[in-house]
Design a protein around this ligand. Sequence first.
Ligand code: IMP
Length: 201
Amino acid sequence: MELWIATGNKGKLEEYKLTLNKVPEFKVYSQADLPHFTPRPEDGATFLDNARIKAKSVKALKSEHWILGEDSGLEVAGLNNLPGVHSARYAGPHARDSENTAKLLKMVQIRTAANRQAQFKCVTVVLTPQNEEWVFEGELKGQISLKATGTHGFGYDSIFIPDGETKTLAELGPAYKLQHSHRAHALAQFLDKLRSGSFII
Ligand code: IMP
């Protein structure tokens, strides 16, 4: 079976492949494997809207296969749950991860010295070969660190300390995220559903 991951984010794709490449029934591809693919604007109001936009844009070209679209982001309590769906573009339309994290640290310091509670959210839309839609959600709670530390991962990993930990995700590394991340939780539900439907063993 072919599974197409509808993302252009290399960090996310690496994380998906760490798990999905171990599922023998799947051969995993992404939109980077489509020569003339143009992503549609992610103009939805919610993670679910945007995950659906991404999944459908690849489904239009690969209708007979499994498609996984995902939208995720960081919600910070002291910033009224921003950046949320705007996480990838928080510091501007083509902002680098380092610019987004720098802006977020600054905003938290200015606005709310006290409230650094935050959560990563991930909404996954899977479109089956029969064009059924399956939706899965995952989250990871924690808090924003005082400064960026660590070298692993992507996005806001260097400024997010999961509850119960003292290090950032960028220090904890890929093995930690594989078990505990918002993405891992949503992906585990997808794999459970595939097993319960006997699509995979
Ligand atoms: P999008 O889902 O492609 O719109 O982008 C989600 C954005 O949220 C990423 O560009 C990151 O900035 C952030 N994000 C989502 N998941 C993670 C994660 O696991 N670690 C760090 N940042 C993340």
